[in-house]
Design a protein. Sequence first.
Length: 450
Amino acid sequence: MGRVAWSDSMKKLYRQRWRIWAVACLAHTVGLFHRVAMAPMADRIMADFGISATVFGSLGAGYFYVYAPMQLPAGTLADTLGPRKVITTGLLLSAAGSLIMSQAPTFAALYAGRLVVSFGVSVVWLSVLKLIMEWFRRRELATVTGLSSSLVNSGQVLAATPLALMIIFLGWRMSLVTIAQVTFGLAVASWFIIRDSPAAVGLPPISQLDGETSRRTVEARDAPSLSLRQRFKTVLGNKRLWPLFLVHFGIYGAYSTFFQSWAVVYLMQTYAVTRDFAADFILIAAVGQISGAPLVGFLSDRVLRRRRLPMVVFSAIFLVAFLFLALWQGGHLPLDVLYPVSFLAGFGVGTVPLLFAAVRELAEPSVRGTSTGLVNMGGFISAAIAQPLFGYFMDRGWTGVMVEGVRIYPQAAFQPGLLLCCGLAALGFVGALLVHETRPKISWAVGGAD
C-alpha cells in the first residue's frame, strides 16, 4: 500500500472509530442505568409487593446472578460472533425485560423481567472493550477505556435524581416503559453504525500502527478455532489475571451494594430526606466516577506509564471513603461531609477501567474477550452476594416500625452492611497491591500467562 493510500486509510479509520465508540458506549449506559434503577424505586416496590429488605435485596442481586456467570460466555461471544451482533441482541433483550417489569402483576414476574434485563445487558460491556482493543492503539487503551467509563456512567446519573423525579411524576412502571423505548432505539443505532474491526470496512488493523507485525503469528490465531475448554484453560491458568479479579471483586462489590442498591433507602430513613434529595448522593458518586476514570487512564498512559501504581492510589481513596461512611459517628456522617465522601467513593471506582487496559497486556490476543470476562465477573459475583446480605442485616435490625406499608429501619440496622462494604473495599486494595506491573507493555508475549 502506497504512503498516500495508507494515510487516507488511517484518516478514515480515525474518523469511523469515534462514531463506533460513541454508539457502543451509549449502548452500555442501559446496563449502568439498570444497576442503579432499583435504588430510587426501592420503597415503592417493597410497599407495592409487600416484601422485606432481604427479598428486595435479592431483586437487586438477581441482576448479578445472571450478569456474573455470563461474563466468561460474553467474552467468548465478543471474540467469536463479534461486538455488533452481541450488542444489538443484548439491547433487544434488555428492552423486552424492561417491558416485562413494567407490567409485572406479581413479584415473581418482576424478578423474571429483571433477569431478562440482566441477561441482555450482561454481554454489552465486554463487546465495547473488544471494540476499543480493535480500533485504538495500545498507548491509548487506558485513556479511552477511562473515557468510556465516564460516558457509560451517565446511565448512573440518569438513574439517580432524574429517575427519582420521573418516578414521582410517572410512577415506577411507566418509567420502565420509557426505558424500554430508549433501549430499542439504541439497538437499532448499534446495528447500523457499529463495525467489529477495521478489517470489516476494508481498513488495515490498528496493530500495524503499534509495531505488532512481528507478532503476527500470534495475532493471526483465529479466535473461533479455539475450543471453549482450551479458551477457559488458558484464561483460568493465567495467574496474573487473578489480582485484577480481586480488585474488581472488592471495589465494585462495595460500590454497587451501597450506592446502586441501598443508598436511597439509607438516606431517606436515617436522615429523613426526600427521595430526590437522597438520589442526589448517587448522582454525586457517579460524577466522581465520571471524573476519576479518565484521570486514572491519563495518568497511567501518559504520566506514570504504569498500571499498578494508579490502581493502588485510587483503590486507597475508595477504601478511605468507605471507612468514613461506616465509622464516623457510627455510620451517620453529617450531610455536609457526605457530599465529598460520596464523590471520593465514586472517584476511587475510577480505577476499574484500568483493570481492562491491563488485561490487554496480560492476556493473549485470541482470548482477550474471555480474559476480560473473568476480571469483569469479580465485581458482579461480589455484588450478588453482598446486596442481599446487606438487606439481611437490615432485617435483623428492624424494630417492627412500618409507615404506609414501608418498613422503617433504625440507623443501627444499616451499620453491619456498611462494615461489610468496608471489608470488600479492603479486599480491593489488597488486590491492587498484588497486581503485576506492565508499565505498560505486552506482557503475555514474555511470560505473562504463567
